[in-house]
Design a protein around this ligand. Sequence first.
Ligand SMILES: Nc1ncnc2c1ncn2[C@@H]1O[C@H](COP(=O)(O)OP(=O)(O)OP(=O)(O)O)[C@@H](O)[C@H]1O
Length: 329
Amino acid sequence: MMEQNLVEIRDLSVKFKLKGGTIRAVDNVSLDIPKGKVTALVGESGSGKSTLASAILKMVSSPGVISNGEIKINGEDILTMKQRELQQYRWSQVSMVFQAAQNSLNPVVRIKEQFIETYLAHKKAPEKEILERAAQLLEYVRLEPKRVFESFPHELSGGMKQRVMIAFSLLLDPDLVILDEPTTALDVITQDYIFDILLKIHEELGITMLLLSHDISVVAKVADRIGVMYAGKLVEVGDIFEIFTNPKHPYTSGLIKAAPSLLEDLEHTVPIGGSPPDLLNLPLGCAFHPRCQFAKDICKQVTPLMETVGENHLTACHLYNAARDERVN
Ligand SMILES: Nc1ncnc2c1ncn2[C@@H]1O[C@H](COP(=O)(O)OP(=O)(O)OP(=O)(O)O)[C@@H](O)[C@H]1O
């Protein structure tokens, strides 16, 4: 059966005009988010994951601007939506749990009231119905509705607040939920617990998810598809099995080798050498070339384009252009 895409992003660029110059936090990215699947975006801090995700909500933070591209959800172009349409679209079609989202709960309002306010800001319904829905969602995230409803945020632990935020993100029954580093700042056991919950929600509600993480091992358990970002570009995308068994881009291989919990063997992890790129001073050619042990002359001069390297698998790396060229010759 043909896979249907919920979101189709084409040639998306987001620029930030800063004191030292202009950076492209997202640089000509094209990505499909298939319906009913969990897609993960991974890459080091600063690679552009959050900026890309906020563009899907047309909520890029100032001074960022979406300088080109197209984002379609269910075939509808988000970037041409008017303010009123956007207000409807956010939360009810796409919701996002931001980084350290626990802190975005209002500290002086009981959770119950926050559920009601959030719902009513987008749709009308009797309070009783809203609370029934909220209670159902709290049960999904394995929290006791009665207790949580009456609590203020400071009465809940970090992991509980994060689960409340996940429940919030589902409140208006969106098609897509974006989770930005959903478990950072939580201990490992709580992280696992939250990922179990996310997986269950995904399986039972069939909801499409976009998960952002700097740690490829964290998303390995839940994602169906992985996109790898480096210096604002998408450098590899493929189904989870392909990415882990047959990574093509040296940066993807580096992320996998550097992930301790994947190898279950701390001694054999190999950190990626060099340091993350300075977006104000990107090298010519492939931005990863100064850290790449396979870099050739062409990598220092020409930016590689995304090319198909397998079924549902694309990468932007000259190593594969060369392999293809050799086959052709
Ligand atoms: N509001 C802003 N003002 C200036 N620069 C920004 C802003 N938001 C993001 N950037 C820059 O855009 C680039 C990409 O940042 P982004 O937060 O999207 O990366 P990320 O991969 O999500 O990393 P992290 O997980 O650390 O947030 C970074 O260089 C960052 O400094």
